[in-house]
Design a protein around this ligand. Sequence first.
Ligand code: ATP
Ligand code: MG
Length: 410
Amino acid sequence: MKLSKLFTKTLREAPKDEESINAKLLIRGGFIFKNSAGIYTFLPLGWRVIEKLARIVREEINTIGGEELFMPALVEKKYWEATGRWDVEIGFEAKGKKEKNSAFVLGWSHEDILTSMAAKFISSYKDLPRAVYQIQTKFRNESRAKSGLLRGREFLMKDLYSFHESENDLFRYYDLVKRAYFRIFNRSGLEVIYTLAAGGVFTISDTHEFQALSSVGEDKIFVCSKCHYAENSEMSKLKDGDKCPKCGAEIQGKKSIEVGNIFPLGTKYSEAFDLKYSDKDGNQKHVVMGSYGIGISRLMGTIVEVHNDGMGILWPEDVAPFKVHLIVLDHRNQEADKIYEDLEKSGAEVLYDDRVEQSAGEKFADADLIGCPIRIVVSKKTLEKDSAEIKLRGQQKTGLVKLINLADKI
Ligand code: ATP
Ligand code: MG
């Protein structure tokens, strides 16, 4: 992609109404645009990051048997009434301009509508287990929408739902999801802590959250300094300095961001929608369910909160919008165009700063802000040596690489 053609431009200053680092850097870099409080557009650069995260999520969830589908955002009243969730205040109600009363809630979670559909397809133990998921926009009327992508009123979620014969089988799958989640977060460049959290009216036991440590997190967890056993402070009886109930080492209170969670739901939803199956002996039983969320846009915001410095973002390699940020100095020249084309041909994703009016300083600042993992500079000086200068984001050290070796080096 040539920067001279990119839809967006970087901003020197962060917008005054944003407080969070993720929003400031992502807006300045041209990744997102704030349309309203807690409502953002993913601009071309930002959408590339979302697509990379979504791809990782799809690969890992497909591996554990998840089948992707896509449910409506407008969810009709009858579905929410069956579970008593019509009045839950987190929702946005919707109605047609011509109608007087709301007939829909914009989906903020999809257990209700999905369970009603599953009742049409699942009737026997032979139809179990099943797991379906979607990556979709969720709508929540969050009052504290001040943390950029960490808490949107409209945001992207991966929601997975599983259906089982028994609680035993649910917990077998729960463990598979847990391991898939660790792989997703690791590939996204985040270390997460598996944290015990409170259950709710719809769960059969405690739930679990995946928490990324960060001083801007809204959550507080008590985590063992040695074995990383953790509990959410909302339900924990632990406190700073206590001994870990698992290994005896010291417990510490830490702020964190919840990037994902998993819920053993049990049969509350299957009871509400009469989702039953007949077991091997012909007995009718309610299907046992689980649900599993990852906030994909919150994940993007969390990555920025964790991986940044004074100058900009440091994208982990697998989620960076481009692998290489190629800069040409001393006005654009054909050699640099050729390097760009060759790198692209070799399969590298390259953002090419071919702009002619920007100074070297401005180009370097933009490369740091946008945060691609590898910076390559081509100038008169490097070309005299048939070379380009290469530098990793986050490191000071630069090196010269012969042009013929460049693609291999990348
Ligand atoms: P929180 O406790 O942060 O309010 P939650 O427990 O209500 O979130 P779920 O309803 O289970 O979250 O949603 C699943 C995932 O979606 C969360 O783990 C989080 O990563 C993400 N998420 C939830 N609310 C938001 C939001 N307002 N903006 C961005 N991501 C969100
Ligand atoms: Mg939560």
